[in-house]
Design a protein around this ligand. Structure first.
Ligand code: E4P
Length: 220
């Protein structure tokens, strides 16, 4: 499974990229606005840190404006991916961009039918939002299971980016369902490698080491 970082914070990306865990980055207007920096400048800086795909979202809602914006963003860096909302205009723009060989990430996917439409339109990636579905009492992971099955059934090249990830269980179940990618907030990522028994184990090993006769430890 590939891991993308779900953030527009450059310092966070730099820190976690050093661990070799970052295959790409996803941003959205909320995450970029939080940084209070110029959109193009942030995206270009992220693209220079992470060689993998970096999603930057269009703001326009009309197909022709979306396309204009997308073509401009596509010039910002070779690894930038155009993020578009799942609307009729978004699907039109996705299809047009895919014909030009420009990579797309269709976002705000909340049903299997929507995901299927985006895959048919030629989306490089689709982003189903598990957390926001859970928030309204639905089962976000069930959507990932359905979409993984649909992509396999018809051999679509579209990859699933599990988005709106809120906990470790989301990541585990998405991986079990066969999702290609999970995009994870930097604050959540440590929960993937942390375990209380690892910490207790380290503590015990060090305590036992301290009990060793001085002479033996000196020899080591
Ligand atoms: C990523 O592509 C999405 O924009 C992001 O995961 C949404 O997460 P949220 O539902 O926590 O805002």
């Amino acid at each position: 499974m590939k891991f993308f970082l779900d953030t527009a914070n450059v310092e966070e990306i730099k820190r976690i990229a050093k661990l070799g865990l970052v295959d790409g980055v996803t941003t959205n207007p909320t995450l970029v606005a939080k940084e209070g920096r110029d959109f193009k400048e942030v995206v270009q800086e992220i693209c220079s840190i992470v060689p993998g795909p970096v999603s930057a979202e269009v703001i326009s809602l009309k197909a022709d404006e979306m396309l204009k914006e997308a073509l401009e963003i596509a010039e910002w860096a070779p690894n930038v991916v155009i993020k578009l909302p799942l609307t009729e205009d978004g699907l039109y723009a996705t299809h047009a961009l895919s014909q030009k060989g420009i990579k797309t990430n269709v976002t705000l996917v909340f049903s299997a039918a929507q995901g299927l439409m985006a895959a048919k339109a030629g989306a490089t990636y689709i982003s189903p939002f598990v957390g926001r579905l859970d928030d309204i009492g639905m089962d976000g992971i069930e959507l990932i299971q359905d979409l993984s099955q649909i992509i396999r059934n018809y051999n679509y090249s579209t990859e699933i980016i599990v988005a709106s990830v809120r906990n470790l269980e989301h990541v585990k179940l998405a991986a079990v369902a066969g999702a290609h990618i999970a995009t994870i907030p930097g604050s959540l990522l440590p929960t993937l490698w942390k375990h209380p028994l690892t910490d207790i184990g380290i503590e015990r090993f060090l305590a036992d080491w301290e009990k060793m006769p001085k002479k033996v430890t000196e020899a080591v």
